[in-house]
Design a protein around this ligand. Structure first.
Ligand SMILES: Nc1ncnc2c1ncn2[C@@H]1O[C@H](COP(=O)(O)OP(=O)(O)OP(=O)(O)O)[C@@H](O)[C@H]1O
Length: 348
């Protein structure tokens, strides 16, 4: 067993499967989430991210496999709020009640002092606004309130579903910094879902990428970026390439005349080699992997084509396909254990 899962600090998903009728929303999914790092849980709309998070939180029952938090099923946690905090949907706040009161009720049912509520509202940046009725909150305010609720019990593990949704650029910057702080300074295990790799690439160290309920890539951001490379442009690329080769650095011509792709991350070294052979450097910059393109390649390859964009067999002739992320039309609206419910207090 993975040590993080065994010592009670990580998240472990093994062979996790969920079917709704004949539709496999999550299909034999296996991955680990480590403490002290922010992990991006990525996939296009409808890939199965929320369904996976809901299984981790015991909100829906897996058809097969297991979803463990610190080596335990959610249902077996004696003090869940102190182990895992979740912000799944920025809803579920009573519109007539203030955000502060909402948190105070939640705190009271878990013997958490009111002072903790005010401390958290301060931390998420809404100490005054949280005294107004939640029904008037912007999406961004609800996100911050949801985050405060998730942190109430100071849990080791945080599961955040698209937390940047509805935040303005300043809010997004704040959220990124806050997630990094929780993981790096406080050692928490942070799993954050998003359908945009670009949205989380500056924040996450690890990624778990899924498409159509399947795992398509698990690893570090560095692995995703691949080996470092540098673009250099000069007046005599073959001479520079030969000099670089003598210095033990491989390179290959780029499309642009006079340009080389050099397989190193050390820009200064490339500049020094050019200087040593008397060549001017007209351009010298790191070559970055186009992560957005890579993400599309991984998730939209023929075997992972987004099933939500395809017409289902039950769609009436001539009818438009279900929009991306829409529920499947052959499945009745969820009820009971499988109904979408907001995080935290519904978990009881
Ligand atoms: N209760 C349900 N009944 C029927 N189908 C469902 C139910 N919940 C989810 N689905 C379907 O399962 C698939 C995965 O949905 P899920 O919400 O987990 O995806 P997601 O990756 O979180 O997408 P998004 O980024 O749009 O939130 C979708 O095709 C969705 O329509």
């Amino acid at each position: 067993m993975n040590s993080a899962a065994a010592d009670g600090t990580g998240v472990s998903v093994r062979g996790l499967t969920k079917t709704f009728g004949s539709f496999r929303a999550v299909d034999d999914l296996t991955f680990e989430v480590r403490p002290g790092r922010v992990t991006g849980f990525l996939g296009p709309n409808g890939a199965g991210k929320t369904t996976t998070l809901r299984m981790l939180l015991g909100l829906i029952r897996p058809t097969a496999g297991e979803a463990l938090i610190g080596g335990h099923h959610y249902a077996d946690l004696q003090h869940p709020l102190q182990v895992v905090g979740a912000a799944l949907e920025a809803t579920g706040f009573h519109p007539g009640r203030s955000g502060r009161d909402h948190l105070r009720v939640l705190a009271a049912t878990h013997a958490i002092p009111d002072a903790r509520v005010d401390e958290l509202l301060e931390l998420v940046g809404i100490p005054a606004a949280a005294r107004k009725r939640a029904g008037d909150y912007s999406m961004g305010m609800r996100q911050r309130l949801g985050l405060a609720a998730a942190l109430l019990g100071d849990p080791q593990v945080l599961l955040l579903d698209e937390p940047a949704n509805g935040l303005d650029p300043e809010g997004i910057r704040w959220m990124r910094g806050f997630m990094r702080h929780l993981a790096r300074e406080q050692g928490k295990t942070v799993l954050v879902s998003s359908h945009l790799l670009g949205e989380v690439e500056q924040t996450v160290e690890d990624v778990v990428i899924i498409a159509n309920g399947h795992l398509v890539r698990e690893g570090t951001m560095d692995e995703l970026h691949g080996d470092p490379a540098v673009l250099v442009r000069t007046t005599d690329a073959p001479t520079l390439a030969a000099a670089l080769a003598r210095a033990g650095i491989a390179s290959a011509p780029e499309d642009q005349p006079g340009s080389l792709r050099v397989l190193t991350g050390d820009l200064a070294r490339v500049g020094d080699v050019a200087l040593a052979v008397g060549l001017p450097v007209h351009e010298l910059r790191p070559l970055r992997t186009d992560l957005e393109r890579l993400f599309l390649e991984l998730t939209e390859s023929p075997e992972h084509r987004n099933r939500n964009l395809e017409v289902t067999s039950t769609t009436p002739a001539g009818a438009a396909p279900a929009p991306t992320g829409a529920r499947h039309t052959d499945i009745p609206p969820p009820t009971g254990a499988d109904a979408p419910v907001p995080a935290q207090e519904e978990n009881r």
